[in-house]
Design a protein around this ligand. Structure first.
Ligand code: ADP
Ligand code: MG
Length: 301
């Protein structure tokens, strides 16, 4: 087990930022940690990386307790904090050598060069960090998190503030890195999770409200399936509601209807048979895919 969180609570003064949080992340997983601002994402990540003690509960990373074995934890964890604090006056290579020194790495030169290559900084490594674009600063942040070859990567909002091109590049880089590591990344952007992660943990007001695979979360959050169906003639609501399995309908005009069901089975064949029995033609019939965005809104609002 890479990360094991058991019943963790964090109280700042009088405010409970985390409330009995438990989850486990296996080696090799890429997990999206999703939640609105103030949900407790950064707090959880600071605890996992041994930067902040929890008020109660247990946290272990690669079998090491974050309170009792924080040195081992830091050796196993690469951390990209929120807002990626960097030394703007340092040169890229100088900074990465400095970070390697903090990990007491000897002869870090080749490793620094390797990280510069991996994170696509070859053309920029002679520049001062302050002179880099936001996307390149983020690459430096990732290189910094990876320099000591940690088993676990904790990335706090790694793509916030990036433009669409940089976003795609950084996501691709995280996906690439994630092949070899356990990765937990926080975000409030849904598409991110869909494109990068295998699993999602959703947190709201310090409590976990969902923890499942990306596909399962999309399917399960709402047991309602909606089908768009278009007939060739007008039809009454009463008739539509008579169809076995139809729980709700919405007239969207031009003989088009949104038909909802709580059945887990596909009711499209039943709708089709209904049309045949009533002398109607079905011109269109599509199941409406629920976007992760919808699920997120539903779980966190
Ligand atoms: P997120 O990263 O999901 O936006 P945070 O973990 O930063 O959420 O914050 C969770 C809650 O804890 C918020 O309500 C925030 O205001 C509060 N909080 C965070 N850090 C501190 C702190 N150092 N002192 C007091 N309250 C804090
Ligand atoms: Mg945060």
């Amino acid at each position: 087990m890479s990360i094991e969180i058991t019943d963790v609570t964090k109280i700042y003064g009088s405010q409970k930022a985390l409330d009995s949080v438990s989850f486990r992340i296996d080696q090799g997983e890429i997990v999206g940690f999703l939640g609105p601002n103030g949900a407790g994402k950064s707090t959880m990540m600071k605890i996992i990386t041994s930067f902040l003690p929890q008020t109660s509960g247990q946290v272990s990373v690669c079998g090491n307790d974050v309170l009792l074995e924080s040195m081992e934890v830091r050796r196993n964890v690469g951390y990209l904090p929120e807002n990626n604090p960097l030394y703007y006056d340092m040169y890229v290579k100088e900074y990465l050598s400095f970070v390697a020194g903090m990990y007491k790495m000897k002869n870090s030169g080749p490793r620094v060069d390797e990280m510069i290559g991996l994170t696509g900084l070859v053309k920029e490594y002679k520049k001062k960090i302050g002179a880099l674009s936001k996307g390149y600063k983020q690459r430096v942040g990732l290189a910094q998190a990876l320099i000591h070859d940690p088993k676990v990567l904790i990335l706090d909002e790694p793509t916030s503030g990036l433009d669409p091109n940089q976003l795609v590049e950084i996501r691709a880089l995280i996906t690439e890195i994630g092949k070899e590591k356990t990765v937990m990344l926080s975000t409030h952007i849904m598409q991110e999770v869909e494109s990068v992660c295998d699993r999602i943990i959703i947190i709201k007001e310090g409590k976990i409200v969902a923890d499942d695979g990306v596909d399962e979360i999309k399917k399960g959050a709402k047991e309602l399936r909606t089908i768009l169906v278009e007939f060739d003639k007008s039809i009454s609501v009463e008739d539509l509601l008579k169809i076995n399995g139809v729980d709700d309908t919405k007239d969207i005009g031009d003989n088009k209807w949104l038909v909802s069901t709580r059945e887990t089975e596909d009711i499209r064949p039943v709708i089709f048979q209904f049309a045949v029995d009533n002398g109607l033609s079905v011109l269109t019939m599509n199941e409406q895919k629920q976007s992760l965005e919808d699920v997120f809104k539903e779980l966190t609002s």
